[in-house]
Design a protein around this ligand. Structure first.
Ligand code: HEC
Length: 101
């Protein structure tokens, strides 16, 4: 009887663990920054080919808009919307950029 309840308990725990939602990789701003921005803006946003982003005076919304809509007054790659950056990615990466100091 004791083994049976132990077995049930373990199955229950395993079941609960498997129900956890997968991590939201697409919304992970730090990961997006690393793969899509750091080559030009530096791993810490210190600037490289592109200007430094850490301590930027732009708001997270400005940054997200630049990525999803582009700005005709900017040089490439920001003249146009960036490829492969969804609205959710842009928002997450913009919030990540605002944490760089
Ligand atoms: C191919 C290189 C390149 C990549 C990749 C790139 N950028 Fe840029 N970025 C630039 C350049 C060059 C500028 C300057 C454009 C200008 O001022 O006309 C710039 C400007 C910016 C600006 C405006 C800075 C300011 O002070 O006005 C922001 C914000 C920005 N980038 C964010 C990002 C983010 C976030 C990513 C990743 C999703 C990214 N960039 C990817 C090259 C790049």
């Amino acid at each position: 009887m004791r083994f049976r309840s132990l077995f049930l308990l373990l199955t229950g725990v395993a079941l609960l663990a498997s129900l956890k939602p997968p991590p939201a990789f697409a919304q992970d701003g730090a990961a997006t920054f690393k793969t899509k921005c750091s080559a030009c803006h530096g791993a810490e946003g210190q600037g490289k080919i592109g200007p430094a982003l850490k301590g930027t005076s732009l708001s997270a919304d400005d940054i997200a808009n630049l990525l999803t809509k582009g700005d005709d007054a900017k040089k490439p790659p920001h003249k146009k919307a960036m490829n492969g950056v969804s609205d959710a990615d842009a928002k997450a990466v913009a919030e990540f950029v605002k944490t760089l100091k």
